[in-house]
Ligand binder design. Structure first.
Ligand code: FMN
Length: 301
């Protein structure tokens, strides 16, 4: 994880915050006149409000950033009255094609006699803690490595899975059957369709197209699928049986017409993997990145 710190300051307040942030993560606090010319995962960007907006220099700095050099921007700053410059910076970051971390540090800053002494020692300590928590060194805790896997027959779960993987910055792997499901295979009204036959046999393990999922690299494996007959499709069982999940945490998630995720799927997933399997969650097809991220991050701490 490589991080850099840039700031824009008029009164020195943001500079002091930048120095606290930089010290906490072992980087150097540099003004925005110094270009980012080495790739970084995170750019901590300190800025403030002046006459209800961010300074034009901050705008042009963000506009000048190369999206191939900056993984994401983490905003921090202080202001006398307004609470956050996040939206203003995000508008510029969007134009530059650079993701903006949703977390930000903001505190009051002294201006014309208001908020005297701010940011104070406590603000600086909080800014430092914030920076550490962003790069996950705060509690000495190592961040869990995630892998999002999914099976999707008609594309609904695929969209949710990709949104989730994007939101938590995880690799994503599609579980594919060796023989793809045709529309006729998916006809749940037909008692003889492939899906009906497979789902009526709880020991059915359809063959997988490959065994390339990078499960070994992950601590937490999210397993997404469409609910079929109130549980996980048999191809999910094949996937779980094909890898070593010992010591890993398995977290199911699903989409469905209306059914919940149920208790049967996680229980079977426990039996197959011998791993810790969470109860999981069913999401609507349109579940937002934010909803998915908030949910997923509870497993990654
Ligand atoms: C064979 C089959 C069985 C299904 N069984 C259920 C079910 O028990 N409950 C439910 O709410 N939806 C059920 N559905 C609907 C799917 O769960 C839903 O359309 C899902 O979002 C499809 O995801 P996908 O596009 O990723 O395949 C079933 C669909 C199929 C094809």
């Amino acid at each position: 994880m490589k991080a850099a710190v840039r700031y824009y300051t008029k009164t020195g307040n943001t500079k002091r915050l930048a120095e606290a942030v930089a010290k906490a993560i072992g980087a150097e606090a540099l003004p925005i006149s110094v270009p980012v010319d080495e790739p970084v995962d995170i750019l901590f960007l300190g800025n403030s409000y002046y006459a209800f907006s961010i300074d034009p220099e901050v705008r042009s700095f963000v506009a000048s950033l190369d999206k191939n050099m900056v993984g994401r921007i983490v905003n921090f700053g202080s202001a006398a009255m307004l609470n956050s410059t996040w939206k203003k910076v995000k508008a510029e970051a969007d134009k530059a094609g650079i993701p903006m971390d949703e977390r930000e540090f903001h505190c009051k800053g002294e201006f014309k006699g208001i908020h005297k002494g701010k940011p104070d020692a406590q603000d600086l300590a909080e800014a430092a803690d914030f920076a550490k928590s962003i790069i996950n060194v705060s509690s000495g805790g190592k961040k869990m490595k995630a892998l999002v896997t999914y099976f999707s027959a008609s594309g609904v779960t695929a969209k949710v899975a990709k949104r989730l993987a994007d939101a938590i910055d995880s690799p994503v792997y599609e579980i594919r059957p060796e023989v793809p499901y045709t529309a006729a295979d998916l006809d749940w009204r037909n008692k003889k369709s492939r899906s009906t036959l497979e789902m009526s046999d709880k020991n059915c393990r359809p063959a997988l197209a490959d065994k390339d999922a990078p499960v070994a690299d992950a601590d937490v494996v999210f397993v997404g699928y469409p609910v079929w007959w109130y549980r996980e499709p048999s191809i999910i069982d094949s996937f779980l049986a094909a890898y070593d999940f010992s010591g890993k945490r398995v977290v199911p998630f699903a989409t469905s017409g209306s059914s919940g995720i149920g208790a049967e799927a996680p229980q079977r997933m426990r039996e197959i993997t011998g791993a810790e399997v969470d109860a999981g969650k069913r999401f609507a097809a349109g579940a937002s990145a934010e909803e998915l991220k908030t949910w997923a991050e509870t497993f990654l701490k």
